[in-house]
Design a binder for this molecule. Sequence first.
Ligand SMILES: O=P(O)(O)OC[C@H]1O[C@H](OP(=O)(O)OP(=O)(O)O)[C@H](O)[C@@H]1O
Ligand SMILES: Nc1nc2[nH]cnc2c(=O)[nH]1
Ligand SMILES: [Mg+2]
Length: 175
Amino acid sequence: MAGEAPELSAQERAGKAFPVSWDQFHRDCRALTWRLNEVGPFHAVIAITRGGLVPAAIVARELGVRVIDTVCIASYDHNKQGELQVLKGISEAAMKLGGGTGKGLLIVDDLVDTGKTGRLVREMLPDAHFATVYAKPMGRPLVDTFITEVSQDTWIFFPWDTALSFQPPLRDGAA
Ligand SMILES: O=P(O)(O)OC[C@H]1O[C@H](OP(=O)(O)OP(=O)(O)O)[C@H](O)[C@@H]1O
Ligand SMILES: Nc1nc2[nH]cnc2c(=O)[nH]1
Ligand SMILES: [Mg+2]
């Protein structure tokens, strides 16, 4: 409607950008695994797709876990959070390994922000261990193990969502 301010996306509201390179992400996943190694062993890794797939692969490789399942959840459409939709639940085989409550299972995601996604998966597997690479304050209480906390007004840019691009020099007006 004319005169109405356009709704800001979660990314625009965040304000601060925190770009993460592949190298940095790999290092952070390895650091996460060092911590998880003290907590395990785990029967299986449950990746929250899609962002959890990359850290789940790295963590599973380091911990020697070969059973990996997914829980497929859609919430942010590009960068606006809508209703959570479970597109695929946890498999029967993984549920069995976790004794029905998730005991001995490791849930992995790239980050917690508001905590909505993590809360939903925790409800499915209340006894599982929940690990993320990054955590924002609102979602932090939901996570058992994480590596780096960033402020709530930060937007994390993952290497699979970004590409190298030219940046104009500061004196030419770049912010
Ligand atoms: O704590 P929350 O506020 O719920 O946000 C965290 C979730 O948001 C992102 O996923 P997204 O829904 O963007 O989907 P994707 O993993 O497929 O990119 C991220 O990977 C987490 O799963
Ligand atoms: N890429 C990305 N996705 C998100 N989903 C919720 N918060 C974030 C964030 O900071 N970065
Ligand atoms: Mg996700």
